[in-house]
Write a protein that binds this ligand. Structure first.
Ligand SMILES: Nc1nc2c(ncn2[C@@H]2O[C@H](COP(=O)(O)OP(=O)(O)OP(=O)(O)O)[C@@H](O)[C@H]2O)c(=O)[nH]1
Ligand SMILES: [Mg+2]
Length: 388
């Protein structure tokens, strides 16, 4: 153990050794991680704590699954529309109020916590696309560690395509964000972070081969250890960008999910909301798009729809037959979709008998350009598929 740790760290370590339950252990390890000085000499220690936390998180989830009925009734929400966005926040911040105005769902709004106790879905229609919003009942501290329906609620978030975090500007939004991000972290949900670019290809034999070793900031032998812990003994690992050991561990941790997110700063009409908004922006503005709104006074709601549409990561593509006008409505696709993805969405035969396509729009250099199945489409493109 490094000699340069603080008294707080030692106290947390003591707490860890005394801890009996998994949630207790997790809380103690989080304290250890928060109090360990961040420099090169403690790099391995930090990595160890992070890995232990990940292991306990997975164990907790396994325990929950083993319990009768998977630890309570499933509250999963079936996906409908082009994308599903989770509306998530602490209790009483205005999630239902937003859902009501954005989707016309008649859900209860009241001035106390836990009005909503089940996830409530609603359809938002915007720019010819249907996007499903799901209000996740208010999260509380300890949700991810088993409090109330916490784990089930967080699994709704894990399953969504993107996350809209709702905070209340009549209270301290930075505190709210910290609490939410901690629960996300505990549930293995990474928001607005990109999975580090480390690729792993399992091989039948040949041991561990690491390409791009120069990109690893830290002891390479630790990477081999991480892999061994995951029971990977033969693989080709390619490190494509500079990464720390903790980032490599994250990249190789398949229990993590990576989600795009924005912050909806609600109750922008409340006294003191301006100052609170500014503090929120100062702390989280670099990492998140922050949109101040008022569900009650219906302020900035059109802009909010635009932002949610952006967040959903949808493009609309118009199809057409030769010599005819584009068909309406457009087909919604995930950003990054190809001509083949479109063909498959329209009709299996189209995909099977595909020859080429002609495209008009942003993704091509000239109108009516002939492209192949792998061509990546953009929002607003018009596509004419030619099949046998
Ligand atoms: N001033 C102000 N109050 C709002 C706004 N939006 C919602 N409220 C009020 O905040 C309270 C809670 O609103 P809800 O929409 O029920 O909040 P929720 O997040 O769904 O609450 P739970 O389901 O209990 O977690 C109600 O009294 C709303 O009228 C807003 O933009 N401004
Ligand atoms: Mg509600």
């Amino acid at each position: 153990m490094p000699t340069n740790v603080t008294a707080e760290y030692l106290a947390a370590e003591e707490e860890y050794h005394r801890a009996k339950t998994i949630p207790e252990k997790i809380r103690a390890l989080e304290k250890m991680y928060a109090t360990v000085p961040k420099h090169k000499g403690t790099e391995k220690l930090r990595l160890q704590i992070k890995r232990k936390l990940s292991e306990l998180r997975r164990e907790l989830e396994k325990q929950r699954q083993m319990k009768k009925g998977g630890g309570g009734p499933s509250i999963a929400v079936r996906k409908e529309g082009a994308a599903q966005i989770a509306l998530v926040g602490l209790p009483n911040v205005g999630k239902s109020s937003l859902l009501r105005t954005l989707t016309n769902v008649e859900t209860d709004v009241a001035d106390y916590a836990f009005t909503t106790v089940q996830p409530v879905p609603g359809m938002m229609h915007h720019r010819d696309v249907q996007i499903q919003l799901v209000e996740v009942p208010g999260l509380v501290e300890g949700a991810a560690l088993g409090k109330g329906m916490g784990p089930q609620l967080l699994s709704v978030v894990r399953n969504a395509d993107a996350v809209a975090i709702v905070v209340d500007l009549s209270g301290d939004p930075v505190k709210q964000m910290k609490a939410l991000l901690r629960e996300f972290e505990r549930a293995g949900i990474k928001v607005n972070k990109r999975r580090p670019r480390v690729e792993i290809k399992r091989t039948a034999m040949g041991g561990i081969v690491i390409n791009g070793v120069e990109n690893i900031k830290g002891d390479v032998s630790e990477v081999v250890k991480i892999l061994r812990d995951e029971r990977i003994h033969s693989a080709e690992v390619t490190v494509k960008e500079p990464v720390t050991l903790e980032e490599i561990a994250d990249a190789l941790d398949e229990s993590l999910v990576w989600k795009r997110a924005i912050i909806i700063a609600n109750k922008g009409d409340a006294p003191g909301s301006k100052e609170n908004y500014e503090r929120l922006l100062e702390t989280y503005g670099d990492r998140f798009k922050v949109l101040p709104v008022s569900a009650k006074r219906k302020i900035q709601l059109e802009k909010l729809k635009d932002e949610l549409y952006e967040l959903a990561g949808i493009i609309r593509v118009f199809t057409k037959s030769p010599g005819e006008d584009p068909a309406y409505p457009p087909v919604p696709l995930k950003r990054g979709s190809t001509v083949m993805d479109l063909a498959e969405k329209i009709h299996k035969d189209f995909a099977r008998n595909f020859r080429y396509a002609r495209v008009w729009g942003k993704s091509v250099k000239f109108p009516g350009q002939r492209v192949g199945a792998d061509h990546v489409l953009e929002d607003g493109d018009i596509v004419e598929i030619h099949a046998r």
